[in-house]
Design a protein around this ligand. Structure first.
Ligand SMILES: [Zn+2]
Length: 427
């Protein structure tokens, strides 16, 4: 049985709009650099190329094209994908094509189709021109004069901001109406099916957000920007039921796992208000011993030990040093299959801002030749972070110990790290 909304959605028509499609594109273009100042946009080749791969598949659908008054489909907006380093599960788009997706949303997707579903939903807000439609409805009196008097060659975004119409982050225009949401779900599901993704996964993703929404703050933002029109999951399922049966392939799931792994290691936004401060408790003089399978070391007794996947994988950190997504203060040890350069390469891939900060030095660890590399990256507490990477070639592989602290704290903690390194013993 079809829900009453579906017949209506099939007759999808563009909303009232005082802007031209070209003005949508101009607004989006002008807003991207503004947003990049307000949030941390990720520049990682693998993440970007994966998101673009999903985008290009979706772009092939006619549902990715502009909608005419008579329901016909026209041009393709110049879509672009931008990943934002933020643990909150959210995504949003700007008029004329830019789509932003938080690393938290990438993390939460169980499969490529779910991620494609979020992108297709956002692209649909662009295609259906929901933001400029909302602005047109709200600013019915002001807008015609501004748009008529808009000086070409000047920022349209700026001219609108002067009369209080804001298109960047936290804009009221990013919060869509329930009927906008119904339309974006409907149009997005069609787009997904055309691209070979099972649209039911879009519903599953929303279902997951709804289930977790009450518990974790991270989920609320998406639902407040994209409110549930009331029967979201039933509506999408109903639409899928009317689609011709297709075989959906999920051929990028391996790639998604890889991309998820990359974004998992990215730090969240630097120093968010209310975020945890760097550890302040002094390391105790009493030492404790970590016994791995092939080595041991001693560390301040008030630091906490978290064992990793293997018997020699460990993170040891003071209280507050081990953050949900990364280690901001403390040390990590493990074996790596490859040489020191390959390890540094891997670390740089996982930590987008990591740079080599000094010459490699030859040192001695428990009588064995070792190499010390100094790297820096962005600290999750804000400011920069020092990462001292010590590697020792062992019969079992390359043992590495990385010592991590905010740059402002490093000098103070360095003697403690040196004591740890001197305490290393091989079996
Ligand atoms: Zn939405």
């Amino acid at each position: 049985m079809a829900l009453p909304g579906l017949a209506e959605l099939k007759q999808l028509k563009p909303g009232f709009n005082l802007f031209s499609a070209e003005q949508d594109i101009q607004l989006g273009r002008e807003a991207v650099p503004e947003l990049q100042k307000q949030m941390t946009v990720v520049h990682n080749r693998e993440v970007d190329s994966y998101l673009s791969l999903l985008l290009h598949k979706l772009e092939k659908s006619t549902y990715a094209r502009t909608l005419g008054r008579d329901g016909s489909r026209g041009e393709l907006f110049p879509f672009s994908m931008h990943a934002v380093s933020d643990k909150k599960i959210n995504a949003f788009s700007l008029p004329g094509g830019p789509v932003f997706i938080n690393t938290g949303a990438i993390q939460e997707a169980d499969n490529a189709a779910q991620l494609a579903g979020v992108i297709a939903h956002e692209m649909s807000h662009v295609v259906l021109r929901h933001m400029t439609n909302q602005a047109s409805k709200r600013e019915l009196v002001t807008l015609p004069a501004v748009l008529a008097g808009a000086v070409t060659g000047h920022s349209l975004l700026g001219q609108l901001a002067q009369v209080g119409i804001v298109f960047t982050a936290n804009s009221a225009l990013l919060k869509f109406s329930r009927s906008d949401e119904e339309q974006a779900d409907y149009n997005g599901a069609e787009m997904m099916a055309d691209a070979g993704y099972n649209p039911i996964e879009m519903a599953r993703f929303f279902e997951k957000l709804e289930e977790k929404g009450g518990r974790a703050g991270a989920f609320e933002e998406f639902l407040s920007d994209h409110p549930n029109p009331g029967n979201r999951i039933a509506a999408i399922s109903d639409e899928v039921g009317e689609m011709p049966r297709r075989n959906y392939v999920d051929d990028e799931t391996g790639q998604l796992a890889h991309v998820r792994e990359i974004v998992r290691h990215m730090a969240g936004p630097a120093k968010v208000a209310g975020g945890s401060p760097a550890p302040s408790e002094s390391p105790s003089k009493e030492l404790a011993t970590f016994e791995g399978r092939t080595f041991s070391l001693r560390y301040p007794g008030n630091w906490q030990v978290q064992r990793g996947d293997g018997p020699d994988a460990v993170t040891i950190a003071p209280r507050g040093g081990l953050l949900p997504e990364s280690v901001g203060y403390g040390l990590q040890a493990n074996y790596f299959a490859g040489d020191a350069n390959a390890l540094i390469h891997r670390l740089q891939k996982e930590n987008i801002d990591m740079r080599i900060a000094g010459e490699a030095r030859n040192i001695d660890v428990a009588g064995q030749p070792a190499i010390l590399n100094t790297l820096d990256s962005r600290s999750p507490y804000g400011g920069s972070e020092v990462d001292v990477l010590v590697t020792v070639a062992r019969p079992e592989g390359l043992l590495y110990i990385v010592f991590i602290a905010p740059k402002s704290e490093f000098e103070k903690i360095q003697p403690v790290f040196e004591d740890v390194l001197r305490s290393v013993r091989f079996r």
